[in-house]
Design a protein. Sequence first.
Length: 202
Amino acid sequence: MDRDPSTAFRPNLRYPDPSVEVLDESFRAVRLYSATVEQLATGLRWGEGPVWFGDGRYLLVEEHTPEGLKLNNPAGHLDPGESPQQGVEREALEETACVFTPDRLVGVYLSRFQRPASGEDVTYVRFAFGGTVGESDPARTLDDGIVRTLWMSLDEVRDSRDRHRSGLVLRCIEDHAAGRRLPLEAITTDASVHDPEIKRAG
């Protein structure tokens, strides 16, 4: 008998997986939002297996760039009056529709790229954070240029390095996997960021 195509398994492309439902509120506190429903085997009359958790994966985005579709950590620029922690929370929400709560600083990275065709020569500083990801907001649309979100294992990230927007995508994840952890207090946001000092010519 042919299977009805409408019932065929379709892997989830966005997280948290909307097909995972919390039926008892007491389980919400232990739910892993990186867990998803996966098809592990087909053609079985009877089968058994463990509950499959998606922990240990990393949240990435696929986005349009001048070099084509690339994979990147959710990232962006600081807005005026914003601390690095506020910036990463906002960018994660805008690019993934998920609430991200940073609890550690993984590292601070200096990098540079050039685009000879446009004459660009850009040096930038990246603050990489680790933390927890909450539920996505179904009312939000992903930022312009973002095609989709993906949860990827460390091996999957390594295997996709040719598609990374920069070498820092893997470098930051490798450092996180190696256990690098700095306190958020290592970053000081001076009060002048929110209330800038006005300097006048003498």
